[in-house]
Every structure is written in C-alpha cells, then in structure tokens.
Design a protein around this ligand. Sequence first.
Ligand code: EPU
Length: 435
Amino acid sequence: MEVFRIRGGSPLRGTVTVSGSKNAALPMFAATLLSEEPSVLENVPDLSDVRFMAEILQHLGAKVERLGPTGWRITPSSIDHRAPYDLVRKMRASVCLLGPLVGRLRKAVIPLPGGCVIGQRPIDLHLKAISKLGAKATIREGDVYIDGSTLKGGSMFLGGRQGSTVTGTANAIMAAVLAPGSTRIESAACEPEILDLCRMLQGMGARMDGIGSHILTIEGVDALRGCRHQVIPDRIEAGTYCIAAAITDGEVRVEGARTEHLGAFADKMEQAGVELKADGADAVLARRHPDGLCSLEIITLPYPGFPTDLQAQACALACVSPGLSILTERIYPNRFMHVPELLRMGADVSIEGSSAIVRGVSCLSGAPVMASDLRASAALILAGLAAKGDTWVQRIYHLDRGYEHFDEKLTQLGAEVERLPESALPQAAQNEAVS
Ligand code: EPU
C-alpha cells in the first residue's frame, strides 16, 4: 500500500485541469450495454473505479478497448445478465448495471451491494423503480434476481427519506428507455451527472422529456444504437481544487469548473471568504477574499443543494476559518469519518447528531492520519496542505478511486506532496497502523 506525505505551508498557484466526472462516467459505462453496437466514451477519468467497471463489462462479455488516455470503446454485441460478486462487491456504483441489463436482456442477477463506511446505502428505491416498470425482484443468498419478462412503461415517485436517489434514477431511466410504452419518473434526481447520462441516451436514440428536472417522461423504443459521448468535467474535483487554493492562501485557475454546476458550492464559498471568479466559459479563478476566511454554515442536499461529496473538504476549510461553522449532513447523516482524523491534526470539531460543529483554529499541525473513504481522503490532504509540518495520509487507495493524478496535479500547483511506499511511514505511525 502507498501513503502520501504532505509538507504543508505552500500556497498553491497556477492552473489545474479537472478530469471527466467519475459519477457521470460509471453509469455511462453501464449504459453502453443498452445497445448491441459499439459506443465510445471520451473524457473518461483514469481511476480505479473506472477500471473496475471496465473489468465488469468485460466479464459480462463486452469487448472493452482503451482509446488513448481518456477514451474507451465498448462493444457489447453479446452479453450475460449475471454480474460477478467478486468485482461488484468492490464498487457500489456497479448497481447501475441493473437498469441496462433488465432493459436489454429482460433479466439480471446483481449481488446486493452492502453498506459502506459513509452510510447504510440501501437500494429499495432502485427495486421500487424496477417493479413499477413491471419487473419482479427477488433477493436470494445475497443476490437480487430480476425477472423483467413483463417489462413495460410505468409511473413512479422516487423520493426517499433523504430525497431523490442518483443511481436509482439512473437505473429507472436505463430500464425505461427500452420498456414498451410511457414512463413517468417523479422526484427524479437532477444532478448534472444524470442530465449528462440522459444526453448520452438521447444520442443512442432514447426518447425522453424533462431532462434536468424532477419529472422525467420516457417513451420506450425497440432498440438503441451505439454513440460517441464526451463525459462532463467533475464538479466535485473542481470544488476540491477551489478549496485547495483557499485553504493554502494561494490562487488557482480551475479549468473545467463549470459555474452552472457549482451554484450552491460557490454561494457557500462566498460566505466563507473564498472568491470564485468565472474565467471564460469553463474555468474559475479561486482564491481567498482579501478580508480572509470566515465561518460557514452548510446543509448538504440533493442537487442543486450543496453536495455531500464536498462536505468533508468544506469541513477541512472550516477547521482553519475563524469562528464557528456548522456542517449538517442530510444525505448521509454519519458521513463524518474525517473528523476524528482532523482532530489528530489539532482541529476543534464536535459531532452533534448529523452536524459537525467546527471552531476554527489558527493553525493545524501535521500528523499521521488514516483515510476512510474517497472524500475523507481529499479532506485530510487539504488539511495537510494547510498544516504546519508533515502529514502522512494512509489508505490512499480510497483517493485513487475518485481523483485522477491528485498528487501530480497538486505538485504542479506547487504543493509538496509525495506518494511513498507504506514502509516510508515514520516508525510511530507504522506501529499505530498495526495495533
Ligand atoms: N437511498 C435510499 N434508498 C435507495 C437509494 C438511496 O434510501 O434505494 C438513500 C441513501 O442511503 C442516501 C440517499 O438516499 O441517504 C441518496 O443516495 P443516492 O442513491 O442518491 O446515492 P448513490 O446514487 O448511491 C451517488 C454518488 C455518491 C454521492 C451520492 C449523493 C455515484 C456513483 N455515487 O450515490 O458519490 O454521494 O450520489 O449525491 O454517482 C462519491 O463520489 O464520493 C460518492 C459517494
């Protein structure tokens, strides 16, 4: 396993280019299965999650080829309906195979994804969507068996206790585009990644209305063709670099940051004393306001609300922002695994229910810390960039699932970040990791 050593204190300066969106690309890989013809996806980030998904498609019988650093061609002429447990268990997003398999083959067997460190993550809404389309789901020995022999259009309401579901909406759409008749999805997720998926499906010949809204209508077609589609830039990666600029008191031009995807984030950053200035159509200039950082209040919500996937990074920023900040989680009430590690770096944070109460400190100090999930990893690295001394972040394989070349991009901006073998950890941290 590898670790990061971050020597804090360097203000980040320069330009960074955001990669394609992980959460848009993963369902799109699954969507290619809806046609027998080849599809080409471009601007795909080079991430371990993407490589897992490619492996799963190959296992299902698709021909998968890389076309340069960001392109993939997938040719699913003939595919199987059974997703392999040993690959699926590594990545929750593989649940997105359910819709395309049922749509194209009228049957699917998918291992039930378990919970994960950020929360329970049930799939009841995915199964509700499939059953509203006339399919029958049964769970046996850890697998979901779907019989879609009577698949047809239907009406459904996909709102749950935490709002709409992103991958559940993707599954509903992907099954409905090949279901005979009309489908109406109410309380559909309207994240930019869903909108991008709909655009890709339209390119394949799908018929739908209401794209980007909470009510989608779909008219099923008999077959879809292959397509060529460019994945949107990753808004979460963009937000992470904006925070990196602010937390280090630097100035970074974030290329690929689309302001139309960053509304709630930009609003909260303004409150926190972070200036985000549009610089051309597809870039943002991020830096601290001359008056400095100040406290912030955030509630995570489905899009267009503040994204849960930027809560941990915003928490790192709040740790060094004067005053009392409150970050409340409405999507994953327990997504605060980064907090105990931030405490090790001298942060002052307490958890009250589903809120983190943060009292800004004047300085964090470097420490060995343990990453628990993708966004927590990013938060710890951001904190390390602002801290005095060396921060050692362990379990960075979580980071590699969702941030393309994070260490290289930060280094280009002037950060002192090194990817090292675990054996390079200071002795005390190695003992801690073992015990
Ligand atoms: N939920 C249910 N029942 C369901 C599905 C979801 O109760 O059937 C609940 C969840 O437990 C959660 C809320 O609804 O409380 C929202 O979950 P959602 O289904 O929207 O999440 P997801 O589709 O599994 C995607 C992203 C996550 C991101 C969430 C929320 C992908 C591959 N993953 O997950 O990304 O946090 O939407 O925006 O798109 C990440 O990138 O770090 C990440 C975790």
